[in-house]
Design a protein around this ligand. Structure first.
Ligand code: BGC
Length: 618
């Protein structure tokens, strides 16, 4: 018995000593001397790959992991961005400077960049923002139509110009990285992100997506096609977020989805996209950021993507398991930069431990860091790039381009007895509806705030009503009452109702039954009583269920979410520009038809109200 006890004690001592030795060696390792700095990476005359080699050799494991961290600017002090040498910083929607002007933005971005330059290796942070319809974060910037409008315009030249102008406004504030374009294929109009996509048609999306990448590149701004992969095919009621219904839901993992959803990404990569965002949806039962098949085998190996893959907001920690395990899974699956977006210290600590313990091979980390650094070199961040002139933000030229894009994106779906365009005989026009005189509504979400804004306070913007007043022939009487309470007993020649949706972003816009509001329907009803003919213009991010009301409208136009230049809508209504927009996605009669097939089939076999590509002209 005593002998047994002795053996046990000896065993315990051995285990203890070995354990202590391991711990000690780990501690020693974390304090290992920093690698010597190979200054060749600063030499702009050397080939980029040689500079990258020199820099990677100079980096400690912690410095490498820090390059892979994308941190939200509100959670990061200037001191910490320098202390840790954080690789990426983002302004998620609404993360603005104290002084929310273009000058304030530039100062904020430059101060973070300068801080990271002051770190040991001086690797500038890559600052990113969601310029999804112009540099919408900045009051006074040009707000272009949301992507669904560009999808309706279906014009690659125009899309390229819009993206270029967006890139120039972004670059003027010191930002060279945009989280756009969205290449999702929305198959269910109940989803709150339909308007962020061009179309549900892979071909239209592929062409416009590539044009958008080209346009940003024209301004030397890096595009980020998103949300890889399968976003738009999620099934209703599968969201992993308890507040949402379909956003962040599950897509069936089959070959048909794979090939259709991949096509636009392939085209964007061929156009030179250097970063791709992996989305928040699940592919079958796997979170996107955890899929070696989709990230490494498909995107990097099959499509030959040499840029970096960034995960979406907190997406890595949506992977089941501890934060350590989630990060290990995602990085091993192929994620290169992790939009944390908060706890960077933990991430750096965990990442370094994972490399030292062999849970992640250092070669994988080097590959990720190489991909990230390459873009920084290519964007000129190491070589003193100077931002564009701030005057380009909200410039007259860009606003004119946006106005052109608005007109090009407006789709005419019904025009009985040539109700449109308005003519000089239309001497008395009545205007109503919640969206007639509200720039916030016509701009939609991702405008200054994540969920958008209300009212007409954006500098330089024009509401649709103001736009009408600008273009209307002299002598025409224009009356406006939002709720159409015109009570003088007169009958006007024509009434125009601008009705639609209030802004929403992401899953907050998931709606079981997307319809017009009771107030807007009532306004249309009243307008009918005090006018000879009624034209309804929808300001909406998606097709709405209007089947029962449509018959009583003389004309129907869809202006989507046009942005800051409301006069573009007036240009169409008054016949100053010939309508050319077509529906970028099919329009169902009821929600029983959902989800729609990419071949325009309906779930219940019903006829569509309008097919994709519908659109009249005059
Ligand atoms: C969205 C992305 C966006 C990111 C950063 C996420 O919630 O899904 O589209 O780029 O936030 O703002």
């Amino acid at each position: 018995m005593i002998k047994l006890l002795k053996v046990c004690v000896i065993l315990l001592i051995i285990v203890g000593v070995v354990g202590l030795a391991m711990l000690f060696s780990l501690l020693l390792k974390t304090r290992e001397p920093l690698p010597e700095i190979d200054l060749r990476y600063r030499d702009a005359r050397l080939p980029t790959e040689e500079r990258i080699d020199a820099l990677i050799q100079s980096m400690s494991i912690e410095e490498k992991i820090a390059q892979m961290a994308l941190v939200e600017k509100n959670s990061l002090s200037l001191e910490d961005s320098a202390r840790y040498g954080v690789g990426g910083i983002l302004s998620g929607a609404g993360a603005k400077p104290e002084t929310n002007t273009k000058e304030g933005w530039r100062e904020m971005v430059e101060s973070y960049e300068a801080a990271t330059r002051a770190a040991r290796l001086g690797i500038p942070a890559l600052y990113g923002a969601d310029a999804v319809h112009g540099h919408g974060n900045v009051p006074g910037a040009t707000i272009f139509p949301h992507m669904i409008g560009l999808g309706a315009a279906d014009n690659t030249m125009l899309t390229r110009k819009v993206a270029r102008a967006t890139g120039e406004e972004l670059a003027a504030t010191g930002i060279y990285w945009s989280y756009s374009p969205t290449l999702d294929l929305p198959q269910d109009i109940r989803w709150g992100r339909v308007y962020e996509a061009f179309s549900d048609d892979p071909l239209r999306t592929a062409a416009l997506g590539a044009a958008y990448v080209d346009g940003l590149e024209d301004a030397r701004v890096m595009a980020t096609p998103k949300h890889y992969l399968g976003a738009g095919a999620m099934e209703w009621n599968t969201s992993s977020n308890e507040n949402y219904k379909i956003d962040q839901g599950t897509t069936r993992a089959d070959l048909e989805h794979l090939e259709s959803y991949l096509a636009p990404f392939k085209s964007a990569i061929d156009a030179g996209a250097r970063s791709v965002m992996a989305g928040l949806a699940s592919w079958g039962d796997e979170k996107m950021s955890a899929s070696p098949f989709l990230l490494t085998e498909t995107l990097k190996e099959r499509l030959g993507f040499t840029g970096f893959i960034v995960s979406d907001w907190y997406a890595v920690y949506e992977i089941p398991g501890s934060k350590y395990d989630a990060a290990v899974t995602a990085i091993n699956a192929g994620i290169d930069m992790v939009m944390l977006p908060f706890e960077y210290q933990d991430f750096i600590r965990n990442g370094a431990t994972a490399v030292r313990s062999g849970d992640i091979r250092e070669a994988r980390i080097d590959d990720a860091v190489r991909r990230i650094l390459r873009t920084k070199f290519e964007l000129g961040l190491f070589d003193g790039r100077t931002p564009h002139n701030l005057e380009v933000v909200g410039s007259v030229e860009n606003r004119l381009l946006a106005r052109e894009a608005v007109a090009a994106s407006t789709v005419i779906l019904k025009n009985t007895a040539r109700a449109l365009p308005l003519r000089s005989a239309d001497q008395h026009i009545r205007i109503a509806g919640s969206a007639a005189d509200n720039v916030g509504i016509q701009a939609g979400a991702w405008t200054v705030e994540w969920q958008g804004i209300d009212g007409n306070w954006l500098p330089g913007a024009t509401s649709i009503l103001q736009g009408i007043r600008e273009v209307v022939p002299q002598g025409t009487e224009i009356e406006y009452e939002m709720d159409a309470q015109f009570s003088d007993g007169r009958i006007a020649d024509v009434g125009i109702a601008f009705v639609g949706e209030k802004p929403y972003a992401e899953g907050w816009g998931d709606r079981e039954l997307p319809t017009l509001s009771v107030e807007d329907l009532a306004a249309i009803g009243r307008l009918k009583q005090s006018t000879r003919r009624v034209i309804v213009v929808l300001i909406t991010g998606r097709p709405l269920i209007i089947t029962d009301d449509l018959a009583s409208w003389d004309a129907l136009a869809v202006a989507w979410l046009p942005g800051s230049e409301g006069a573009g809508v007036a240009d169409i209504l008054f016949g100053r520009v010939k309508p050319s927009g077509t529906l970028p996605l099919p329009w169902p009669r009821s929600t029983a038809a959902l989800p729609l097939g990419l071949d325009q089939s309906t779930a219940d076999g019903s006829q569509l109200l309008y097919r994709r590509d519908a659109g009249l002209t005059f």
